[in-house]
Design a binder for this molecule. Structure first.
Ligand SMILES: [Zn+2]
Length: 391
């Protein structure tokens, strides 16, 4: 059963990160709340006519309002510094997206919006929010590149990791993280590692850098496969990249139901060794709380503890390889309250708090990681056989 709410905040009267210089710089703009995907049967936008109560589209502003408020009023609040986001310029979008695709979105916006692909609605206000999400992520990256901070977090919506150079997909229009990576590369950084823990395959980011050996894209996701014309990629282990980029896209599809221990095994056995060999100059953590045990849009079972540990591991890698440079970019996460808790836990891990600041109000399901462990071992063998830089 759930613990009572009086136990939900741990008695930690003087919480401090390990290094007192650690501050999380959060980039946010409230204009992103104006993106409204409407109501229907889950994410379809459809009213079948026989349901009295329709629900908000899962990618709604409430989920992000709670992420903002938990960082403003939760126990991590004293360690957060807030920065105003800004819209991206059209010219900035062309480092990742094609002119034709951007024109298509601009036209859709002029015509009061439309369904761009399944579940993905560009309504009045959506395009402005998408520009804010892209620009705010670019600002968060620039803050690091200019040497003003080591760790920044772009708290943005609509999400971006499914958006490919030439098409929208899965609630995403512009690839916020991909644009930030391009900015880092064009600013002179030699290479960047992107670790995507959203429950869905980060296909857009992978596609954008599929032929590049300067960006190592790693995605841990559930086994959902291709979901139609907007998402032709399968997210399978054999989609390794092409040409110069061969081996620099590592897909880690974990069995549905994988939880904290299964994810830890995959991080330690597959992600950490690959990053070690790649030696990135910058780390980008693409976070989605839809890998949580309670997300309506995912079939994985992470709890706050797992998110906290992932945050710690990624921070450790950033410290070891990237002089601490770490950009965190928000993606999915659709449970309106638990997503905020999982975000808080991830950031606690990133800031290296020696003990949790918030306890988990929901985690009480058992985990059987046996199958995940077997699958991770087989992927490890596969990488050693086929990925040149991991041999
Ligand atoms: Zn997702």
């Amino acid at each position: 059963m759930a613990i009572s709410s009086s136990e939900a905040v741990l008695p930690n009267p003087d919480p401090k990160p390990i290094s007192e210089n650690d501050i999380l710089h959060v980039f946010w703009h409230e204009g992103m709340l104006k993106h409204d995907k409407g109501r229907g049967v889950f994410d379809t936008g459809m009213d079948p006519g026989f349901l009295d109560v329709l629900e908000n589209h899962p990618e709604n502003s409430d989920r992000v309002k709670n992420m903002v408020s938990i960082l403003k009023r939760g126990p991590i609040a004293p360690f957060v510094s807030w920065h105003q986001g800004r819209p991206a310029l059209i010219s900035e979008l062309l480092s990742f997206h094609t002119q034709e695709y951007i024109n298509e979105l601009v036209e859709a916006d002029k015509h009061q919006g439309k369904i761009i692909c399944s579940g993905t609605f560009l309504n009045p206000g959506s395009w402005d929010a998408a520009l804010l999400a892209a620009g705010t992520t670019l600002s968060a990256m620039k803050h690091i590149l200019d040497g003003h901070a080591k760790i920044t977090y772009a708290l943005v919506r609509p999400p971006g990791h499914h958006a490919q150079p030439t098409r929208a997909d899965g609630y995403c229009f512009l690839n916020n993280a991909g644009l930030a990576v391009q900015l880092a590369l064009s600013s002179g950084l030699k290479n960047v590692a992107v670790i995507d823990i959203d429950v869905h395959y980060g296909n857009g980011t992978a596609e954008g850098f599929y032929r590049s050996d300067r960006v190592l894209t790693i995605s841990l996701h559930m086994n959902h496969g291709s979901w139609g014309p907007s998402h032709p990629q399968n997210g399978t282990v054999d989609e390794l990249g092409e040409e110069k980029g061969f081996g620099y896209n590592l897909n880690i599809p974990l069995p549905n139901g994988s939880g904290d221990r299964g994810y830890m095994h995959a991080m330690n056995e597959l992600v950490v060794p690959a990053v070690e060999k790649f030696e990135p100059a910058m780390m980008v953590l693409v976070v989605g709380q839809d890998s949580s045990a309670f997300d309506p849009n995912g079939r994985q079972c992470l709890t706050m503890e797992g998110y906290r540990k992932i945050g710690q591991i990624v921070r450790e890698m950033a410290d070891k390889h990237c002089d601490g440079r770490l950009l965190i970019v928000q993606e999915g996460g659709y449970h309106v309250t638990y997503s905020a808790y999982c975000l808080h836990a991830t950031l606690e891990g990133v800031l290296n708090f020696p003990a949790p600041l918030l306890s988990d109000p929901l985690a009480y399901y058992p985990e059987d990681e046996t199958f995940t462990t077997v699958v991770v071992e087989s992927m490890k063998k596969y990488h050693r056989e086929f990925v040149p830089f991991l041999k």
